[in-house]
Design a protein around this ligand. Structure first.
Ligand SMILES: Nc1ncnc2c1ncn2[C@@H]1O[C@H](COP(=O)(O)OP(=O)(O)O)[C@@H](O)[C@H]1O
Ligand SMILES: [Mg+2]
Length: 259
């Protein structure tokens, strides 16, 4: 398998607490990978280590390596801001800047990276990013209106447009549909299928049907008990995880027997 991301022997800590233990896994370019597992098993924590968002929490740290196209993201001298421009993130709750216009919301990440951009280039980028997020047709006549005026599903697509505008290689999504109704969820799932053509997408989801619908590969994480670290139990083609899992605990989880 060709690799966009390669994680080796990763341990993730909050202070003295080891939240995730000894994860090794590779993620192929232009694919969708789902992370599943019971609440508290470290899915969000692990996801945030893939673009160095974990370390913004005081006392949080990692041991081990995360390579992006062979470059160690945790190597000496690597700038976490650059890492986050190559590996974007979309959160559980859509978080547009409420008073900022739709247009400026799309450009917010680009400006954060101190990129200078002419007004006409910005217009092109806004249109391209909103088209990429399947939102252009719905907002093209109100680009100067605040982002907070959009529905929850539209706001989540606006956040995806903001992530795309930075032109990342990888997009991480942490339960992006958990606050959305079924119609908006379908719009996001359709969008993920489109994004896969250009990006590497990693999505945390507690919705097993969603993992089965959108991803080619699925990683199942589990936790042995309170205070224990989360571990990667099984990582395989999504069809195998759901239809032919190797591990008993994977089978129990995907068949809804716990978690
Ligand atoms: N900011 C934090 N500080 C300390 N512990 C945390 C923090 N965030 C998460 N944890 C702990 O790390 C473990 C994994 O949490 P999390 O990654 O949120 O799991 P999941 O996303 O699978 O539900 C849990 O025990 C949780 O309490
Ligand atoms: Mg989580």
């Amino acid at each position: 398998m060709s690799k966009r991301i390669s994680v080796k022997d990763l341990n993730v800590f909050y202070g003295d607490f080891k939240a995730v233990e000894d994860v090794t896994l590779d993620i192929a370019p232009r694919s969708v990978t789902a992370f599943i597992g019971p609440s508290g098993c470290g899915k969000s924590t692990f996801l945030r280590t893939l673009n160095r968002m974990h370390e913004v929490i005081p006392g949080a740290r990692v041991e081990g390596d995360v390579l992006l196209d062979g470059d160690n993201l945790y190597g000496p001298g690597v700038d976490p801001v650059t890492v986050r421009s190559r590996i974007g993130m979309v959160f559980q709750r859509a978080n547009p800047f409420p008073t900022m216009s739709i247009r400026d919301n799309v450009l917010a990440g680009v400006k954060l990276n101190n990129k200078r951009i002419s007004s006409s280039d910005a217009d092109d980028l806004v249109e391209r990013s909103l088209r990429g997020a399947n939102l252009w047709k719905e907002v093209k006549d109100r680009l100067q209106k605040p982002g907070s005026g959009l529905s929850g599903g539209q706001q989540q697509r606006l956040c995806i447009a903001r992530a795309i505008a930075v032109e990342p290689e990888v997009i991480l999504m942490d339960e992006p549909c958990s606050a959305l109704d079924p119609i908006s969820t379908m719009a996001i799932e359709d969008l993920i299928a489109e994004l896969e053509k250009d990006y590497t997408v990693v999505i945390v989801t507690h919705n097993m049907q969603q993992a089965a619908r959108v991803s080619e590969r699925t990683a199942f994480f589990n936790i042995a008990g309170a205070g224990e670290p989360g571990r990667l139990i099984e990582y395989s083609d999504t069809t195998d995880i759901f239809n032919n899992p190797r591990e008993k605990s994977t089978e129990d989880y995907v068949s809804g027997r716990f978690g």
